[in-house]
Design a protein around this ligand. Sequence first.
Ligand code: F3S
Length: 402
Amino acid sequence: MFLSKEQEKMLNGAYGSAIAKCMELVVKIGDVYGAESLVPVESTQIAGVSYFTVGDAIFSFFKMLMKDNIQVKVPSWLNPAGMDLKRWKEMGITADFADKQFQILDNYEKLGIKPTLTCTPYLIGYQPKYKSHLAWSESSAVIMANGYYGARTNREGGPSSLASALTGFTAKYGMHIRENRYPQLKIKVKTDMIDLVDFSILGYWFGEKYKDKIPIFEGIRELDLEHAKLLSSAMAASGSVPLFHVRDITPEAKNGQFEKYMETIEFTLNEKKEVQQQFTSNKRKIDLVVIGCPHASKRELEMIANSLEKKEIKDDINLWIFTSKKILDETRSENIISKIERSGGEVYVDTCMVVCPVIKEKHSIIATNSAKAAFYLSKGENRSKILLLSLPEIFSVITKCE
Ligand code: F3S
């Protein structure tokens, strides 16, 4: 692999052993995938934050990095942690868990990374630029960056995105190369796409069936950020799709340059039903509803608050919504959060339904509008415990009759 003089110096230890180890990791990954060079990154997004998912192993990695006094070289964002940093006791998190979680965040802060704790950095002030190179690791954020914004990132692991944050480089292969970003399958959407859950179902169906293929969707007339968020997170969960295009809408599909022959597949009401049938249960027994996978936007919170206005959630059902601290602060001042809380809902930040340890432990029948959340919450469990529903369906079941 070609390395610049500066990159050679990093690798050879001129900036200390921690930077050398990080560079070694970046170069090794590049070697495995046949990269010819490295590319500077504009930002990184780092998974591997929740103590629930990383355990104690992360502390030896931090110990190695802390040998030298190093700081990240580019803006870097942390994925959700295992708990709301303020309301962890209310969530039922133990003091031992909280202690370990705070230690992890302290270590990241020493490296210069603020605890943004969200999978949606693009909602809190960082929208990736078209064609910019990134090293992001949260799968839903990776596919949004590639598909919705037209930026370029592979799906990094937690350690490799951190290595990129500390060196400023990633290996140039995969999604960083234009020729690898062409669509491989044309999907004609032939059913109504009305609710957010419809986009989640389409994404789930595609990922489950076609794994890591790159689709171009036709027949989607409107794709706002919330649609794209649900569509892409589902594709990256049931499969490992790194990028999607929507004809005439997403940046790389705006000029219709993908006219070459491609196999065409239809997504109809039948395919939609196939996915819905995987997540069915007894609606009357729901004891928890989780919304905000990926983290809820201000618009979603507004939508939820309006739907719940003057309604009350049934006493034996919890509604937990997940978002980032920044979105919470913005919406709290506009009374959106108080409307949700008045109805009996809770809005948690810094964490989510998948990386927080108490969700499955404490609840039996869980409903959500996110196929990604449904996929992870049903892992290793009886699928019938998880329901995938639209927001109107959810609210009609969980609120008291007026
Ligand atoms: Fe985000 Fe957690 Fe879903 S990290 S994409 S809310 S599983």
